[in-house]
Write a protein that binds this ligand. Sequence first.
Ligand SMILES: Nc1nc2c(ncn2[C@@H]2O[C@H](COP(=O)(O)OP(=O)(O)O)[C@@H](O)[C@H]2O)c(=O)[nH]1
Ligand SMILES: [Mg+2]
Length: 454
Amino acid sequence: MKRVIILDASRQGKPFNDHKEFLRLLESFDYEVVKTFRQNLTGVDKGIFLGQGKCDEIRHYLEASEIDLVLCNFDLTAMQEKNLSEFFKAEVMDRTRVILMIFAKNANSKIARAQVKLAMLNFERTRLVNKHAAYSQVMGGAFQSKGKGEKQINLDRRFLKREIEKAKKELLTAKKERQVNRHKRNDLGLPVIAIAGYTNVGKTSIINELLKRSKGTKSDVLDAYDQYFRTLSTATRLISLNVLPDFFVIDTVGFVANLPRFLLDSFVATLEEIKEADYVFVVFDAREFVAIDVANQEYYPDFETLNERLKVTFDVIARTGFTINAENTFFLANKIDRVNIYFNGQRPLPPPVMKMFFEDEYLSETGDKKEVVMHLVSKKQPDSILSIIQECLSRYLKDEPLLKYYFPKTEYTPYYQKYSLIFKSEQDENYNLVTMKVYQRHLLEMAKYRYFDA
Ligand SMILES: Nc1nc2c(ncn2[C@@H]2O[C@H](COP(=O)(O)OP(=O)(O)O)[C@@H](O)[C@H]2O)c(=O)[nH]1
Ligand SMILES: [Mg+2]
């Protein structure tokens, strides 16, 4: 584990970026965060961004604890980055650089890798321009050093330009290749649910809860799907529950608040798995917008807060190529267990859903305000999540016929559960009679069990 420190800054008491979110972002790396330094800025931006006193303090700390990596939860100009790293005698990375590294880690496909590379090169190029401006400013009349700096910058610029052209070509090739592979995954025959949302809302936790309940050892369950599985991204998991037919879930890289504009394309590229999904679960943190009406002792949605996030979410998901509609998208407000308000020592039970209206082009053809149903869930109450998945899977099986199968009692057939949503289960002397809908792809193999239209 590499030991690092974090610098956090605020202006007039308002942090530039959320500290907890930054910590969560860093979990992608093998870092041990040893200490956080905070400063509230008062003056204008300086060459070293922070105050001199704070910088001295940090330098002493770095020296004493032999740490040589400093991560900033704010953006720096090229000049500031350079000045700080020289002063600290340590590597200094600003927030955009950290985010770029995360994207690089999460780029699972050729396209994503090419897109991230391009963003990194463009980032370096903007730094060069800054650096150049900074050089001219600082070096001013000193002819010799100015000339030197400019020469180096021109070399760097030419190098970057070449690299950027290369990366653009790579991206184009990768995009062409994808056209060819595009329909590979539709062979799966199992529904695919992508879990999307901001960092730290509980996407991975929800998937882990499902995995905990998933039966069979991993290799066991995966065997049957092996050949398909290879075409899937590494973040895809097969969920095989006793109570529901099998399905896939995809964990996605979290949205980052205040994402720099020029990173949007590479962010979207790391989310491209979403396009292959049949359904998207958009997860939010309930604490951000579930409010309490004290007078009526009721929960209500603080829609103002949510509005902006919904907009960004829709925009990003649409950019992946997934067409959001009212059928294929579910909204989850997770961590409802953390919304703790008590009246006379009692916590009113949160409702299972909250309805709200959202003006959005993606959800409505007419441009009218469209209803968004927000499911209030918690990983602590997995049933709340399972019931949404059940609803999702029954939508997937909407057009399949409801059939009644006769399974001989002597035959142990938990197998059929994998591919079917069960509506009713009865028994007679010799048979288990099960009324169910079966995934289309598996109808044929199930035909050996006599069936009747239910
Ligand atoms: N109390 C509570 N904590 C949760 C819930 N879901 C997730 N968490 C916690 O929230 C943090 C972030 O969860 P994680 O699944 O990593 O979020 P992700 O970034 O969206 O994948 C972790 O500390 C989880 O234990 C929940 O429903 N209730
Ligand atoms: Mg996660």
